[in-house]
Design a protein around this ligand. Structure first.
Ligand SMILES: [Zn+2]
Length: 326
């Protein structure tokens, strides 16, 4: 069902710069429906350094604000659309960014994430965004949490949801679909895809949390590779999508898998693996260990809060999962 373009990656595997001298973000594009594109950013092609290297787009974890700003501007230029960012708080709240007051307020678009260096006056706490406008990219930050991207191709209404354990429990998927519906979308026409996230084999939470989670999302408890109880947040999202009437779910895995193979010898990714201390120093070994390329913990392309924590780090970067209608 997915219409893949010929491009595996929306950038050269070599590090290259745009006309302003900024590294070009390495992103993975997925054609969700005609005219509607989903984009996942990777760790490659940005100005962040150290634990945040290289394409951190999040502003809450202590990275240099100038690097984050540069990365966001470069991303906006690379995908030919202003970004729309909100302050994600693991809520069940979705916002309609077509309402007044949501106009561009930064060089890269609309920033209500409360993380911009020059602190725009608008901060919106939400975990879902919806628009009927073309040429604006709804962006959701993640580093293990699951981004869900959705579109009703007939009306052009798009939505994005940030689905961590708590956001799922608070009904963020239902809230986002409902808001799309209130603007004229029909759940039976909505096409959704699930972005990079920590998988059920890797997301250990312990019995207490897992047993609470399965009361809301049956059969999502797992036994992880670490030996304890875990949960599968993607399976939980599938349950709530179905409950909201969304049954067309496109798999992002084939494209992500192809992009990962394509980057198997990438010099920038090899350097990150050599220096990040979050796994084997050899890129080939890390890629050989991947069982799910969409898993943020397994695949060195992605930022992972859990992988960073296991390596003894206190912070890490954030990817953006975006959806835009051109
Ligand atoms: Zn995994």
């Amino acid at each position: 069902m997915t219409e893949y373009s010929d491009e595996i990656l929306d950038s050269s595997a070599m590090s290259s710069t745009d006309r302003n001298g900024r590294p070009i973000p390495v992103t993975i594009p997925i054609a969700l429906a005609p005219g509607i594109t989903v984009v996942y950013t990777t760790r490659l092609g940005g100005l962040s350094t150290g634990d945040y290297g290289n394409l951190n787009l999040g502003g809450k974890s202590g990275d240099d604000p100038e690097a984050v700003l540069s990365n966001r501007i470069a991303l906006s230029e690379a995908i030919h659309a202003p970004l729309s960012l909100v302050s994600q708080v693991h809520s069940g709240i979705a916002v309609d960014i077509d309402e007044p007051g949501h106009e561009s307020n930064t060089e890269f678009g609309f920033d209500a994430s409360g993380t911009h260096g020059e602190e725009p006056s608008t901060v919106i706490e939400a975990d879902g965004q919806v628009t009927s406008r073309p040429d604006i990219a709804l962006g959701m930050f993640a580093a293990d949490c699951l981004p869900v991207l959705m579109a009703d191709p007939e009306t052009g209404i798009i939505g994005a949801a940030h689905c961590g354990r708590r956001g799922l429990e608070r009904g963020i998927i239902g809230a986002t679909v409902e808001l799309m519906q209130s603007k004229g979308a029909d759940p039976s026409r909505i096409i959704a895809t699930l972005g990079p996230r920590i998988c059920g084999d890797c997301y250990e939470v312990g019995d207490e949390i897992a047993d609470t989670f399965i009361k809301r999302f049956p059969l999502t408890k797992t036994q992880t590779r670490f030996g304890g109880a875990g949960i599968d947040i993607a399976e939980a999202a599938m349950i709530d999508l179905a409950f909201a009437g969304v049954h067309q779910v496109v798999d992002s895995m084939p494209r992500v898998h192809a992009a990962t193979e394509y980057l198997e010898e990438d010099a920038e990714l090899a350097e990150l693996c050599r220096t990040d201390g979050e796994g084997p120093a050899e890129l080939a070994e890390r890629i050989g260990n991947i069982s799910r390329s969409t898993c943020t913990l397994e695949n060195p392309l992605w930022y992972s809060h859990r992988r960073a924590a296991l390596a003894g780090k206190t912070h890490e970067g954030r990817l953006l999962a975006l959806i835009v209608r051109h």
